[in-house]
Ligand binder design. Structure first.
Ligand SMILES: *[C@@H]1O[C@H](CO)[C@@H](O)[C@H](O)[C@H]1NC(C)=O
Length: 197
């Protein structure tokens, strides 16, 4: 049931994503009132907690516990975070996988459906995490946490305007719309999702 509920929340709109875990007012875990505990530079987890347009990605990442390294000061990660709008625009949601399952006539149990949904989310989130930082943005192909999936960066030459990330095409189609530096990596908000085969 866990993923079925989760999916329903995702599909019914980004504003409902947080309703899954309502926390009493005043709690330090509440996204709206979250503040890092020290004055040090924020971690990736700190940044994603306060970035409202990243809430769907972050919810998926926490569901499958791939978010744990985001709080690790020693991690060095480049996160490609699709905006909520980009995820909402997908015809098939991340937990549904890239292609409809083949109908074999075999009845799938709820546990098996949950396991498949979880595996789809693990794959999807993993394809948006490059375990390296910093990276040259001008060009290159970078392995993600999803085995066998590389993401490319391409930037047209002769673009004098700053910032550097503004002209970069990610994975042959997505644009970086914002960049946030963390102590343990960088968040690039992208206007489309990384595609899985
Ligand atoms: C992924 O990128 C790495 C490093 O650039 C490269 O060595 C590897 O061949 C690439 N793999 C694919 C499948 O493109």
């Amino acid at each position: 049931m866990r993923f079925a509920l989760f999916s329903a929340l995702i599909l019914s709109g980004a504003s409902l994503v947080w309703s899954q875990e309502q926390i009493p007012l005043g709690s330090s875990k509440m996204p709206e009132t979250y503040t890092p505990q020290t004055n040090e530079e924020p971690t990736l987890a700190d940044l994603l907690t306060i970035e409202a347009s990243a809430s769907i990605f972050y919810t998926y990442a926490r569901e499958v516990e791939l978010s744990q390294s985001f709080a690790d000061q020693a991690a060095r990660l480049t996160l490609l975070v699709p905006t909520n709008k980009a995820v909402m625009a997908l015809a098939r949601k991340p937990h549904q996988g890239a292609a409809p399952p083949v109908d074999t006539g075999v009845v799938i149990t709820e546990e098996e459906l949950d396991a498949r949904s979880r595996e789809n989310v693990v794959r999807w989130v993993s394809a948006h995490i490059i375990p390296a930082h910093p990276l040259a943005l001008s060009s290159g192909s970078h392995p993600t946490l999803l085995h066998g999936k590389n993401v490319t960066f391409k930037a047209p030459a002769g673009q004098p305007e700053q910032p550097e990330w503004a002209h970069v095409i990610v994975d042959d189609g997505a644009h970086i719309v914002a960049a946030r530096q963390a102590v343990n990596g960088v968040v690039y908000m992208i206007d489309d999702t990384v595609k899985l085969d």
